[in-house]
Design a protein around this ligand. Structure first.
Ligand code: ZN
Length: 195
């Protein structure tokens, strides 16, 4: 089974709320597997079902991109407690190369079901807490750019002449929207299944 393409900003599925999973059937199991594969293939730390075109409340997340890191696969996740705050730079596989500063909770507790049907509560801090909030936002059709301070929006541009291998270039949401619209057009021209 091919890894699904990640839906790009402007795709209406990203602005539609996901529905609760009622039954852990084969469709849900396959979705979770595809999402884990898509997250890992794209070196992401999290992914929500709408990003692969599904409107079910499913997210996958991991605290870093190391190979042996635990991968959380959560059905119907919800934040039951949040505390403190952290500022940090955030990105999203549905808005490739875009970065912006987003204030998130310093720690969260998430209640969810595993693909095996077990109810769990996870306590997370730091990056993982940020990822959980970001992915659960997706299920409510909220994107990180909705929470970004406008003057912190920038492109991450590969640049071998810099020490980090990239540089940041300021942008606006309008400019980013145009770029992503062109990206979607390009994919469609190639015959991709994107809307
Ligand atoms: Zn995202």
């Amino acid at each position: 089974m091919a890894t699904p393409l990640i839906r790009i900003y402007g795709d209406p599925v990203l602005r539609t709320k996901a529905k609760q999973v009622r039954e852990l059937d084969e469709e849900v199991q396959a979705l979770v597997e595809q999402m884990v594969a898509a997250m890992c293939d794209n070196q992401g730390v999290g992914l929500a079902a709408p990003q692969v075109g599904s409107l079910l409340q499913v997210i996958v997340a991991r605290p870093d991109t190391e190979e042996d890191t635990e991968i959380f696969q959560l059905i119907n996740p919800r934040i039951i407690a949040a505390d403190g705050s952290q500022e940090g730079i955030e990105g999203c596989l549905s808005l490739p190369s875009l970065r912006g500063e987003v204030k998130r909770s310093a720690q969260v507790a998430v209640e969810a079901m595993t693909p095996e049907g077990k109810n769990i509560t996870i306590e997370a801090t730091g990056l993982l807490a940020r990822v959980f909030e970001h992915e659960i936002d997706h299920l409510n059709s909220v994107l990180f750019v909705d929470r970004t301070a406008a003057d912190t929006l920038c492109w991450l541009i590969p640049d071998p002449e810099t020490e980090d291998g990239y540089r940041l270039e300021e942008t606006t949401i309008e400019e980013a929207e145009q770029c992503f619209a062109r990206l979607r057009d390009k994919r469609q021209a190639k015959g991709g299944a994107q809307q």
